[in-house]
Design a protein around this ligand. Structure first.
Ligand code: DC
Length: 672
């Protein structure tokens, strides 16, 4: 997961390959609650691991459910037949609507002494219509803050189930879902009828609810979309084992990707055209806009068809979440796209109509909006318009409003015709439904190497390059290459193979280096899957590396390996010749120095901390000898690149050094 403050997406050019999608949020949380209300044990496979499901799992544990998590398989031992908690419990719901609504209903019907709270945004999301319906049937619910909004207190109900329970259907279908899942608790000896008031929105989500209820033994009678009857004697029955389908809304980003990006197509695993999720119908809209889609059980394959895409006008009531993705596809169309009947966007994680409009405008688009619709005019595309059409996309820093879908949607803007990078603020907000979204995107998206930024940090030994480079990499979410480790590992492998580190064995060492079975796992360096970290990090290891690094054939055979680290979204590379030889076109090169005295002191401290004995004077003599060799060798000698910025960190803290590099980098990456 990218937990950086922002993520800069380089301009992307194509995409091909396979992605496996995480489990659906809507199905995951419904399945968890239903499993909790059953008697006995349910094994849930492919559960989504996200903020929303973690909120639900925590609440179920508080209620006394058995919860056993093993990766994406979760075993729930239900509360059915067990004592319902009588003590006061306070639940924290974060911003998880899919946990808040159904839990409120289940807790209120069953009764107790419960408080439900959330983050500030949760306290701004209406729940009054659900509370009204629950009060109508005799539940005891009080508002602890603003009337109509969480936080709530739940007490003991006096259920009156003889008349139909009215619930508004035109604000959020989650209210009806919540009632449908909670009322079987009260339907032992009588049928219960729910009546929808107003036009029911998001019907497909109700279909998911009904479908899952039937898997748990509750056969709801649906009379049109107005009346739902829970038969007398309904009892939750565990299905024993259940698989969660991949999220069809998450699939929308990769369906759109396949329609927008050049390439051999995108294959999506985990969900197919026969999914029980309404958002799967996004497929049809994508096809209307130009996508070519084929499908089988649990898979979809998408290719670019019409290009540019075709602008459409669509009633999106049936695909409220996935429709946001159409708004971004619209930027790549041949005419305007209008999405209608999307009033529910205004009361989601954020006001999504306002958010999509504001951020699309930042990219240069013209957007019109109304209470329940949005029209997006495309940004001209190089492939169909005249030369004048280029240049209308703007470099933008996309604000994401703590809304996962805004972040995922706008990542697709990185395919813009003007080949501009796109900044996504607070990328970790995707954790709500798809924690590894950006990793999945980068695993299939591609672009020309010059588009992938490299920041080089070169300098003498013990100048602090490694620490600085890896900290900057962590702040930007970039990959990290410790090129010194490659020379260290090469020397280690050569000695193991019985070679000397001298010119006489140059060709053999170069051969070894060309197919070096090295891999990095966090701080660990593995050679043929054996941990060699301590062996190569010693002073002797550094000296040995310095010796093999003098040999030109060895340097040449490590070039491809070093280039292979330049992957999306970017790279921090540290060494001696990153800026001069390996990545000469890097957009930022830093030459890091510190006085010999300071470097000897730091190295001394490091070694003592690790429990090695060390002597400052001999360390300093070694450092200077190594610098001399690295600087005087003829192959790629240690020296600053012409366009490198010098940073002497003798009297700087590491934080100050990181800050300086970030300031230099930001000044070259101006986002509007
Ligand atoms: O950065 P380090 O101390 O791990 O590097 C070990 C040796 O490897 C160093 O003395 C010189 C050599 N080296 C190199 O020649 N070129 C690089 N890009 C990195 C390291």
């Amino acid at each position: 997961m990218f937990s950086t403050a922002f993520l800069d997406l380089p301009p992307l050019q194509g995409a091909s390959g396979t992605v496996t999608l995480p489990g659906s949020k809507s199905i995951s949380n419904r399945v968890l609650l239903l499993s909790a209300l059953c008697q006995g044990t349910t094994v849930v496979h492919d559960l989504l691991d996200s903020d929303d499901t973690r909120v639900m799992l925590a609440a179920l544990r508080q209620l006394g459910c058995g919860v056993d998590v093993a990766g994406t398989t979760v075993t729930i031992t239900g509360l059915g037949g067990r004592a319902w908690p009588t003590e006061a419990i306070e639940f924290f719901m974060g911003n998880a609507g899919t946990a808040m609504r159904p839990l409120t209903a289940a807790l209120a019907v069953q009764g107790g002494d419960f408080k439900l709270k959330g983050v500030t945004r949760m306290h701004e999301r209406p729940i009054g219509d659900l509370v009204d319906a629950l009060r109508e049937l005799g539940c005891a619910i009080d508002y602890l803050g603003n009337e109509g909004y969480p936080p709530l207190h739940i007490g003991q109900p006096k259920l009156q189930l003889d008349k139909p329970i009215p619930v508004r259907g035109d604000v959020s279908s989650q209210f009806l879902t919540a009632l449908l899942m909670a009322l079987p608790l009260a339907a032992q000896d009588r049928a219960i009828t729910i009546e929808v008031v107003g036009e029911l929105i998001s019907k497909p989500y109700i279909e998911i609810t009904l479908n899952l209820l039937s898997r748990y033994g509750i056969a709801v009678e649906r009379q049109g979309w107005e009346r739902f009857v829970i038969p007398a004697g309904s009892r939750y029955q565990s299905p024993g084992t259940i698989h969660v389908e991949a999220d069809a809304s998450s699939a929308s980003y990769f369906i759109a990707l396949g329609a927008i990006a050049k390439g051999d197509g995108i294959r999506i695993l985990g969900v197919g055209a026969d999914s029980i999720q309404g958002d799967i119908r996004f497929m049809d809209a994508a096809v209307q806009m130009g996508a070519k889609i084929t499908s089988g059980p649990n898979w979809l394959e998408i290719k670019r068809g019409a290009w540019p895409l075709k602008g459409i006008t669509l009633d999106c009531n049936h695909i409220p979440d996935a429709a946001m993705t159409l708004a971004v596809m619209a930027l790549f169309a041949d005419g305007p796209t209008t999405l209608r009947n999307i009033a529910s966007w205004r009361v989601k994680e954020t006001d999504r109509i306002a958010a999509m409009a504001a951020e699309s405008r930042k990219l240069g688009a013209t957007v019109e909006e109304g209470q329940d619709w949005i029209t997006i005019h495309p940004l001209p595309h190089r492939h169909f318009a005249n030369a004048l059409a280029k240049g209308q996309w703007q470099r933008a820093s996309i604000h994401t409003y703590d809304d996962h879908r805004v972040a995922m949607c706008f990542s697709l803007a990185a395919f813009n015709a003007d080949q501009l990078p796109v900044r996504i603020e607070d990328p970790k907000c995707v954790a709500k439904t798809f924690p590894d979204y950006f990793e999945a995107l980068f695993s299939v998206a591609h672009t020309a190497a010059p588009n992938i930024p490299v920041i080089c940090i070169d300098g003498p030994t013990a100048s602090g390059k490694g620490t600085l480079a890896s900290r900057v990499a962590a702040q930007l979410g970039y990959h990290y290459l410790d090129s010194g480790a490659l020379y260290r590992v090469t020397a280690h492998a050569a000695l193991q193979a019985g070679l000397t580190l001298e010119a006489a064995d140059e060709a053999k060492i170069a051969d070894l280096a060309r197919s070096l079975p090295v891999s990095f796992e966090g701080e660990q360096v593995l050679l043929s899957n054996v941990d060699v970290t301590d062996a190569i990090r010693s002073e002797q290891g550094g000296m040995n590396a310095s010796k093999v690094s003098v040999l030109p054939a060895v340097r040449t055979s490590l070039v491809d390996l070093q280039h292979s680290f330049q992957r999306l979204p970017g790279l921090l590379a540290d060494g001696r010749d990153m800026g001069t030889v390996i990545f000469p076109n890097a957009p930022l090169k830093v030459f890091l120095t510190a006085s010999a005295a300071k470097r000897a002191e730091r190295r001394h401290k490091q070694l003592i901390l690790k429990g090695f004995s060390a002597n400052i004077d001999s360390l300093r003599a070694d450092l200077e000898a190594r610098d001399a060799r690295d600087m005087s060798r003829s192959a790629a000698p240690l020296m600053p690149a012409q366009d490198a910025l010098q940073l002497d960190n003798s009297s700087l803290t590491i934080e100050a050094s990181v800050e300086q590099v970030m300031v230099w980098w930001q000044s070259r990456q101006v986002f509007g």
